[in-house]
Design a protein around this ligand. Sequence first.
Ligand code: SAM
Ligand code: SF4
Length: 342
Amino acid sequence: MIIARNPDQIFVGMDENRGLTDAIGRQFEYLRLSLTDVCNFRCTYCLPEGYRKVHGRSHPLSIAETIRAVRAFARLGLWKVRLTGGEPTLRSDFTQIARAIAAVPGIRQLAMTTNGYRLAEYARAWRDAGISTINISVDSLDPARFAAITGHDRLAEVLRGVSAAQAAGFDSVKLNAVLMRGVNDDELVAMIDFVAAHDLSLRFIEVMRTNDNVAFFGKRHLAGTAVVDQLKAAGWQRLPRLPGAGPAVEYAHPAAKGRIGIIAPYSPDFCASCNRLRLSSEGKLHLCLFGDGGIDLRPLLQGDDENALVAQIVKLTATKAPAHRLHMGDSGATPHLASIGG
Ligand code: SAM
Ligand code: SF4
């Protein structure tokens, strides 16, 4: 860390060569931006009762506030932004927000994660707006199971969206599947075959324990090693981590164009390579998905003092904890991942 010499005095605590870093030297390149905590699905591990606002209505950041935030993070060297939620595409101004973020100087990659319910209709518009990579949640390829997991009998519609995304020319189209013991763990081979046949990539995500899903987690959590063992047995090989990559460990196979990734937050050293910061839909900075609640940046996002905003982000990032405490049964203050943007 260095003390800034420039007249703005905004880079105190920032490493001049490595961009935004924390106290243990992790470098931040990737912003996960939640556009809303509202969702129309009722995924069993996330919002089994559907969306319910606890304290009054949701007041997501406006486009102007969002762009102020992205400009500040970009100034600190973050170059990849993922739009998430809740379901980000429920925002009626979603395409407009995407276009505005894609135009922020320094943003080199704009990604999104969606449950796919509007994808068939809007894939091309979102691609044209500047989104280059897309993750679509598909936890089962069986229509009845998909409906039981999400509360919506829409698998066919979501898969039409996946095809539309491929046709629209995204640089990467990935499926996200949450691994659940006794729910979809018998589908691993079918899913791997499906992505290989359709030239897609797939992420298996271990169920994460949140404050609202403790009993579900206890019953359904399955370690990602179950997938890794099957991949290795079928000749898949581990790939080196790419710059700006998310938390997945990736595997490739000579006969498949797509890759398979495993997100295993309970594995040792998961936090050592953390390169991500999160901004909630109401403007709270979350240094960790499982931290002690976010820190409100909204007053700064409503003003026009960008230097003060940048300085605050630098100061807060320096306090990021070295690791989450999930393995101790502590999910921090996170009720469910829709509240922060998983
Ligand atoms: N609504 C969008 C979707 O479902 O793709 C974006 C938001 S969702 C919170 C982002 C990702 O987090 C999804 O892939 C979802 O499956 C995953 N997710 C949500 N809750 C989770 C949990 N408790 N454990 C693991 N993954 C979870
Ligand atoms: Fe909604 Fe995504 Fe949570 Fe499912 S995982 S309930 S789609 S926010």
